[in-house]
Write a protein that binds this ligand. Structure first.
Ligand code: S3P
Length: 173
């Protein structure tokens, strides 16, 4: 079983992914952390100094490498599915779950660090951040919603989200 968690920045993919992996005895991979290991630099620095195109190429290599694992939960960076044919590739490799949240909900959960570490959020005041997120999420929604399972997470606790995924896992490919 390969399970890919997708969704916008700050939707909780890494937290939920790590917990599912522990519960279901699966390995856990976080694509941002894998990029950081390969590059020896933070995602923010890779994007800032090497450019987004370069970052996306490394991210794709990490996606390909996840195919070497059979029992794994993969938390993907928010932009991974929308780059090139990554969504198709990810769907070939395993089951996908989209953790959907509204922009307002993500902002209410975002720590100052969570805001600062994402280059796309930097330098935006609250109002600008909300309007950027709304239009950016709307652009990505058609791709994210191709996932095998879509979960509206705004009113759910982490444990409810995890229970739902565990319950549905057997019905996913
Ligand atoms: C990005 C999301 C980030 C990270 C990078 C770009 C995006 O991952 O890969 O900053 O374009 O949505 P998270 O979704 O884990 O924040």
């Amino acid at each position: 079983m390969r399970l890919y968690l997708i969704g916008y920045m700050g939707s909780g993919k890494s937290t939920v992914g790590r917990k599912i992996a522990r519960f279901a005895h699966l390995r856990f991979i976080d694509t941002d952390s894998e990029v950081e290991k390969l590059e020896g630099a933070s995602v923010a620095d890779v994007i800032t100094y090497q450019g987004e195109e370069y970052f996306r190429q490394v991210e794709r290599r990490v996606l390909e490498k996840s195919a070497e694992e059979d029992n794994v939960v993969v938390s993907t960076g928010g932009g991974l599915p929308v780059w090139g044919d990554n969504m198709e590739r990810l769907s070939q490799l395993g089951a996908s779950v989209y953790l959907r949240r509204t922009a307002e909900n993500i902002i209410s959960r975002l720590s100052p660090y969570g805001r600062e570490k994402r280059p796309k959020f930097r330098g935006l005041n609250d109002e600008q951040l909300l309007s950027f997120m709304k239009s950016h999420m709307a652009e990505r929604e058609p791709i994210y919603s191709k996932a095998d399972l879509v979960i509206d997470c705004d009113t759910m606790s982490d444990s409810q989200i995890i229970d739902l995924i565990i319950k549905e896992i057997k019905n996913l490919k």
